[in-house]
Structure formats: C-alpha cells, structure tokens
Design a protein around this ligand. Sequence first.
Ligand code: C2E
Ligand code: MG
Ligand code: MG
Length: 608
Amino acid sequence: MLIDLPKNQRSRLTERRTGAASSLAETDANLALLSLVSEKLQAQAQLKFQGDFLQHILDAIPAPIFYKDVQGVYLGCNTAFERYLGRSRDEILGRTAFDIAPAELARIYHQADQNLMDAGGVQVYETRVLGADGQAREVMFHKSVFSSAEGQPGGLVGVMLDISERKEAEKRLRRLAQYDPLTDLPNRVLLEERLAEALGGKNRQGDQGALLVLDLDRFKEINDSFGRAAGDEILVEMGKRLTGSALEGDTVARLSSDEFAVLLLDGRGKRDMTLEAKKILALMNTPHFLEDGQEVQIGASLGITFFPEDARDGKTLLCNADLAVHEAKLLGRNTLQRFTPAMSETLSRKREVLAQLRRALQEQQFFLQYQPQFDAATGRLVGAEALLRWRLPDGSLVSPQVFIPVAEEAGLIGPLGDWVLRAACLQAKAWRDAGFPPLRLAVNISGHQFVRPGFIETVDLILAETGVDPTHLEMEVTESTLMRSVSSTIEVLTDLRVRGIHLAIDDFGTGYSSLSYLKNFPIDRIKIDRSFTRDMTTNPDDAVIVQTIIAMGKNLGLEVIAEGVENAEQRDFLLRHDCRYMQGYFFGKPLAAEEFARLGAAAEALPS
Ligand code: C2E
Ligand code: MG
Ligand code: MG
C-alpha cells in the first residue's frame, strides 16, 4: 500500500537509513518520524476498514444503491445494483448512465441529476430502468446530494425501488374500476367521465352528440331458460356487436346487467345519429346462435337523448336516456324512443304519487272493494275478487292501475300487499263467522310481492293471525309474473298449493305463456283477460282466442273464469262455449264490504 507522506520527510528517512553514524538527536527525530508514519498507516488502515465496512453494509441492503460524482460518473454501488442491471461493478464504476443505459433513459437520469445538483436536497421520482433481463421495469429513485470534505457538492447517492408490481396492481385496479370484466367494455364510471369530457371538460368547448341507452328485452327469461353461461355469452356478443358498429371516438359501455350505453360524438348530425340508433336496434335483433347451436333472438329497447339540447350534464342525460328506454319498453319493446321533456314530467308525477303513497300507508287511506264472481250456469254467487282502493284526503279515488306500478317500482308493494292480504283474510273470516256460505275470495298478488324472499312466511303469519281457512282463499298472479322466473315460480306456487290456497292466472292471454310451462304450474284456474271478453262478440279474432283459451283450460283440467263481462250477449257467448264462471259489471261492480254482504244474502238473484 502506498503511504502518503510529505516528499521531504520520505527522502530524509531514506537518507538516515543508509547513513553510518547517527546522533541521539537524530535517533529521536527518526523515532518521531516513524511514529508519524505509523499514525498515517493506522489512519489509512482505519479508512480502508471504514470503506470496506461501508461497502459491506451497502451490499447487505437488498435495494439497489449507487453513488455518483457531480459529473454523473458512478463512484460506487452495491451488489443489488449490480444484480439489478446485470453488470459487474467494474462495468459500472467510472462510467456514466450514457455508457450503461439506453440513451433515452440516460437522458432522463442525467436531467434529473442536474436538477438535483442545482437544487440540492432530496429528489424522488418514478421512471424506468432496463433490468438484467433486458426488460424495462418501473422504478422509484430516491436521490440526495452529498458534500465533499470542503463543503462543496460532491455528488449524489441514489436508492432505487422496483415498483413494477405495484404499478401493475394499480393498472389492474384502475381497469377493474373502469371496465366491465365480462365484456371488457367501459363501465358506468368511465362512461360518465367521457360524457363529462364531451360536455365541455376543462379546456373544451363542449361537443354535440347523443347518448343512447339500450336495455335487452327479455334477457332475464333467456338467463332463466338457457342458464347463466348462455346469458353471459349473449352479453358478450351484444357488446361485440355494439363495438363493431361504433365509430372511432364513440364509447360503448355496459351500465348494468343487461343495460348498455353508446356515446356518439361529433361530426354527425341528429339525423345520422338517429339512423345509427336504428341500425343498432336492428343489430341487436339479429338472431344469435349459442355455443350449443340453439338460436336465440333477443332484441333491445332503446332510448336516445341529444346534447347539449336535452341537457348539459351527464347525470341528467343518463336519466333522460333511462326515461326514454323505459318508455320504449312500455311501447312494446324492440323500439327506439327519443327523450321528451314530458317524460320527466311523468317522473315527477310518479315521485309525487310515491310521497303520497307513503303517507297513505301511515294514514290508512286504503280500503278494499269486493267484486262478485258467479257461476252463470246455476246463478250461484261463488266468490269475490278483492280490489284495492285508495281514497285521497280530498275524497277522490286513485286507480290501482296508477299506484300499484309506482308502489312496485319504489319497493312499497311489500307492505301494501301484506296489508291487502291481511284485510282480505280478516273479511273472509268475518263473513264465514257470520254464517255466509263458503265463498272463494281472490286476492291479487303483485309480481314483486310474489318473488320477495319471505313471502311464504308472511302468508303463514297472516293465515295464523286471521284464522282464515286457506281453502277459501285464491291468489291471482299475472301471466308475466309466472313467466319471469319459471323454476322459482313453481316452487312458490307449490308452497301455496300445499297450504290449500287456490291459484289463478290473471289477465290470461296478454302475456306469452308457453303451454309446456302452463302444464307444469300447479294452478287451479285461468282468468280470461277483460280485453278479449270486451271484443269477443264483435271481433272474430277475439272470439277465436276466447274459445281457444276455454278449450285449452279444459284440456289441462283447469277452471276458466272470464272477467269484464258487461252484457247478456257476452254472458251467453261464454255459456255457449262452456265457460260458466264470470265476473264483470253485468253481474256486479266492485262493492264495499257491507254492500257485498247484502248481495251475498240475496245471492240467488241473478240479472237476466
Ligand atoms: P285485475 O286484477 O284484472 O282486476 C280486474 C279489474 O277489472 C278491476 O279494475 C275491476 O274493477 C275491473 N273490472 C271488473 N269488471 C269489469 C267490467 O265489466 N268492465 C270493466 N271495464 N272493468 C271491469 P281495478 O279495480 O281498477 O283494478 C285494476 C288492476 O289493478 C287489477 O286488475 C289488478 O291488476 C290491480 N289490482 C287491484 N287491486 C290490487 C291489489 O290488491 N293488489 C295488486 N297487486 N294489484 C291489484
Ligand atoms: Mg285480478
Ligand atoms: Mg285481470
């Protein structure tokens, strides 16, 4: 090792060693010199020890560490740094980033180093580094300036953290938060972002465009009939069709289970965007062949709203498009509806009804009327249908056709339906206790009520509470309710049947029952819908439908009752075609309980 002594002392020592005589004084001087040499040696050994020790510590740290001088020349690094770059210390030290990294990255490091040297202190930034495997990886640098012995900037020391995994996870999370995993389409969150951007984000004027929302028709049925996997397959297929028809710049998103949206932007006029919407409608309607070869035709209901004219904010636009879809569904599916301000008025009317409904439940503004049902062949009163009525504080009546759908949508049908069932059971029991002949009392059960968890338990509770004989009770469920979820429907119907409750399909003929399902439903009778009864004596088509329903009911061993019978001609037509049970204004309008009791007492008096 080279000992760094002053030059003059080095030569004097050599002289003395070779000289012949030495005085005591000279010996002292030599000793002093030797001691100086030894101190220096010790100091250097100490320094080397400290240097080695420091290197040892650095090598024990798993994070890559390096230090450079002010020119960016690597002065040192640890083993983790060597390993990370896949280069030995000899290949690194004495070189700059430009010698060991791709130029484009080296420029970034160099610029950052310059900034740090100018500003001093600490610097943290994220960039990429070419790893030992030749792949660029995401890293975070923590760099700080160190000073020389003279107090000048001596260079910088850097620690490098590999954040590739964290970045990857962040990317996955971001994707998860903004994309639908099934169809890989943007979700509602991303659509709302794009919509906000289109409506005039930070630096933009605001585009013109249209928002389309489409809801697949009868998707739930397909899911129920063909299984979830087929349902998923259809959703993916519909997503592909939409993306395939979209132009660059349009956004196709999946909003919820069977609801999609398309954001059309710029360049196209209103006419073209409407044409585009029609094209999409036709596209949704083309049959799809499932993996197992089965053909399904699904179709969609479509709502369209334009901006900026219909609204200037995303929330309102989405709401508008939803309203238009809702309208399209009401108009018979597979249709396109443009949003109109009248639709929001209907919505506010609904909100009003909802607020009133809540109050009505608390203030007991509901009551039941009873419409008689007759066996027209014998003239016997055989039963009644309980019909819900709502009297407002001003005395006016609201039709169940107006408030039942609102209550269903708002989730209020549960408590309301329970109230109806309890009130009807109490009435049936009271009539029985008063010595009335056994009558079957029919209660309408809403689809929402029917599929609610705990429905059977509520029925049991009400039966126990009121003490009514379940065989005196009939529940009317509409055809569309039964078809909504066939397997769970059969389960609920069977549960009711084993309790002795009779079951009827209401408004029969207006839905799309499949005969094979009908055979499997444990039901007792079908009610021919009022619309057929009304026209059967004037419209040959309706006459055929009524005759067919009667014949089919007979074949399946079901009782058939016609509702909405208003005149003798209709009664005679039905009797001629072997349908004896009837309900309608001809026999009696819905009556208050006391009036019905009077009718019951004079049951034999039939209008002729
Ligand atoms: P629905 O179950 O088909 O009830 C028969 C409807 O036809 C009743 O109307 C009844 O008043 C009416 N109607 C009966 N005979 C005739 C007739 O000869 N001519 C005409 N033009 N109409 C007749 P309402 O009471 O307005 O009820 C309408 C619908 O509201 C019911 O149709 C039913 O779906 C629903 N609804 C009524 N009460 C309840 C209830 O307690 N719960 C549920 N979920 N729905 C109910
Ligand atoms: Mg009914
Ligand atoms: Mg009906």
